[in-house]
Write a protein that binds this ligand. Structure first.
Ligand code: PEP
Length: 253
């Protein structure tokens, strides 16, 4: 199967007001010649979600949330559900980001519940997995990545190709230390092989994005790898022109 590239911008806790609208307009403008070839997604904070979705209506750019709570409604003060995100105009949701795992104690099981809730509501999950520096140095990269992957693969297999995996080595996030293309490809290929042991259809259909200090000047090498199907971009997604250059680095497939 020919997997279409997906370039997603995780704005994190930035651009939550008027600046988010300007950024969204810049992304739509800067990537419009890629429409149909490369999927473009932006993930603003909750406060800007509906306004950004409205701003991007009729363009090729889709909107993602950065998190959800895995219940539809109820007494969960401060939380936001998958149906609410959908109603706000989101079509995607980033789940299990390492910052959520690290700062908010999200477990593999909780991430699984979130992936299930997203899919049940019709939202497309971008599920993040990745090892810390300590785990990599202890040669535990694949053990950790497979554990995180195995927790969600049943959910992903219920709708092959709807969900996306983002391999984000924690040591490369926001640090400027990007995994080299071969280093990333090695883990991406192992993830796809692990999926194939479970379901050939799932392995073939699932896009595996790389995330961790992706910038305009290192994107081409990463995106040129056979098992790298796109990028999840943090810091560099806050600059529309730089983000567009990352998307433009996706080769023809
Ligand atoms: C991220 O947070 O998903 C990320 C990849 O961040 P950065 O690009 O800033 O490393």
């Amino acid at each position: 199967m020919k997997r279409k590239y997906l370039i997603a911008g995780n704005w994190k806790m930035n651009a939550g007001g008027a600046s988010g609208l300007e950024l969204a307009r810049g992304v739509a403008e800067g990537t419009k010649e890629l429409a149909g070839r490369v999927e473009i997604v932006v993930a603003p904070p909750f406060t800007a979600l509906a306004a950004v979705a409205q701003e991007l209506e009729g363009t090729h750019v889709e909107v993602s949330a950065q998190n959800l709570y895995p219940k539809d409604s109820g007494a969960y003060t401060g939380e936001v559900s998958a149906p609410m995100l959908l109603e706000s105009g989101a079509r995607w949701v980033i789940l299990g980001h390492s910052e959520r795992r690290q700062y908010f104690g999200e477990t593999d099981e909780f991430v699984r519940e979130k992936v299930r809730a997203a899919l049940a509501a019709g939202l497309r999950p971008i599920a993040c997995i990745g090892e810390t520096l300590e785990e990599r140095e202890a040669n535990r990269t694949l053990e950790v990545v497979f554990r995180q992957l195995d927790a969600i693969r049943d959910e992903l297999a219920s709708r092959p190709g709807v969900g996306v995996i983002a391999y984000e080595p924690v040591w490369a996030i926001g640090t400027g230390k990007v995994a080299g293309p071969e280093q990333a490809e090695e883990v991406h290929a192992a993830i796809r092989k692990r999926l194939a042991e479970f379901s050939a259809e799932l392995a073939d259909a699932t896009r595996i994005l790389y995330g961790g200090s992706v910038k305009a000047d290192n994107a081409a090498g990463l995106l040129g790898m056979p098992n790298v199907d796109g990028a999840l971009v943090g810091g560099a997604s806050l600059d529309a022109a730089g983000f567009a250059r990352i998307a433009q680095a996706a080769p023809e497939r």
